[in-house]
Write a protein of this length. Structure first.
Ligand code: SAH
Ligand code: SF4
Length: 374
């Protein structure tokens, strides 16, 4: 059995989407802060309302957790009605919420068309990291990944990406989890194959919701044009590369995209990102017993990491329902860790988180992945 066929969509144009092209009420979470202000200004001006209404609505969107326009209580009722006719603030419904013994919380969100995506809240020391999805399913077909096996369903809109953050923020507030400090695009999907929505979602989280760019990490399996685009942005968003193998031949057995963007090309893109941004890239290396954990691979991984001064996260493979691979033994993980350290590479071993709820769901990993510690 092989994962669902690879339908890569990384050639998609990444031009900013034209919100005005959509029909029906415009989603308030779909718009960048600038677009939101401009739209609201026009709306309220046409209704002969004072300009401060724009700020009132912006505050409801970004600072409050109200889930409907009807709850924007400092707007007159007639204005709420008029606003609701022109705009909407729909959020996905939580299909399930599972809470792990270790505090990790997984939401499965049901989107308007019934598709389900996940996001995961991961508390760790002073951080609260939110892991979000960028696509329903994934076209990349990586052999170790549950999402890869399930195939691609559709792209998420910017509003659907941002709504995972907004609804999770509300959940966290209501359950004494505190504020979300970090967001990682490590849920379902390949974010750099949905640049049309991911770019505005980054802008909205950063400039709308006020999350620092350095607290937002985009994880990619190696979509080279997307890495270049992210590098060209002025903000300092973080980049994580799902490497998983330090040589092309092995990597292509795990990650079909390796055939299109092989390691040398990928490393060049990473080097350019690193040099342009002055930011350290993180390598994710999922360790699968007998597959990518041979001792001979450790120095090769160290060389790649040293070459671009990457930080390496070693993540024991999280078993998935589709094949019988197991995580590397702790000894083997330790061997890799020591080899990297001896080569002067910064490395962390990530303990799986929320494993009990992963198992309950039977889908998707969203294991530890995340706690990109720098
Ligand atoms: N598509 C992007 C982001 C989503 S996957 C990417 O691949 O980077 C998020 C992370 O989970 C990736 O590093 C991926 O390699 C890792 N992952 C997927 N399946 C896993 C599994 N079964 N065990 C451990 N990590 C896994
Ligand atoms: Fe998609 Fe990432 Fe899973 Fe690969 S590892 S199938 S790119 S979600």
């Amino acid at each position: 059995m092989t994962p669902a066929s690879t339908r890569s969509s990384d050639s998609e144009p990444s031009h900013p989407r034209d919100a005005s092209a959509s029909t029906g009420p415009v989603h308030l979470l779909e718009l960048t802060p600038e677009e939101l202000s401009a739209r609201l200004s026009r709306h309220f001006e046409a209704r002969r309302q004072p300009e401060f209404r724009v700020d009132q609505v912006r505050k409801w969107v970004y600072e409050s957790s109200v889930s409907s326009i009807g709850e924007m209580s400092n707007l007159p009722l007639t204005e709420r009605e008029a606003l609701a006719a022109a705009f909407r603030l729909a959020e996905p419904e939580a299909a399930t919420v599972s809470r792990s013994k270790d505090g990790t919380v997984k939401h499965l969100w049901r989107l308007e068309d019934g598709k389900v995506v996940e996001s995961v809240l991961i508390p760790a020391e002073s951080r609260l990291t939110l892991c979000i999805s960028s696509q329903a399913g994934c076209a990349m077909g990586c052999t170790f990944c549950a999402t890869g096996w399930s195939g691609f369903s559709r792209q998420l809109s910017a509003a659907e990406i941002v709504a995972q953050y907004r609804a999770s923020r509300r959940w966290a507030e209501e359950h004494d989890y505190g504020s979300i400090t970090n967001v990682v695009y490590m849920g379902m999907g390949e974010p750099l194959s949905n640049r049309k929505a991911v770019h505005p979602s980054l802008t909205i989280l950063n400039r709308g919701f006020g999350l620092g760019a350095r607290r937002i990490t985009v994880s990619t399996v190696g979509v080279v044009p997307g890495i270049a685009e992210l590098a060209a942005r002025p903000e300092q968003f973080e980049l994580a590369l799902s490497l998983h193998a330090p040589e092309s031949e092995l990597r292509r057995t795990l990650i079909p995209l390796e055939k299109r963007h092989p390691l040398p090309e990928l490393m060049e893109a990473i080097r350019a990102f690193r040099e342009g941004k002055g930011r350290r890239v993180t390598f994710e290396y999922t360790m699968i017993r007998g597959i990518n954990d041979a001792p001979r691979l450790a120095p090769m991984l160290a060389d790649l990491a040293r070459d671009v001064q990457a930080f390496v996260n070693l993540i024991p493979f999280n078993p998935i329902p589709y094949q019988d691979w197991r995580p590397s033994t702790p000894d083997r993980v330790d061997h890799f860790r020591r080899a990297l350290e001896e080569a002067g590479v910064s490395v962390a071993v990530r303990a799986p988180r929320g494993q009990d709820i992963d198992a309950a769901c039977g889908q998707l990993r969203a294991n530890a992945l995340v706690q990109i510690a720098k």
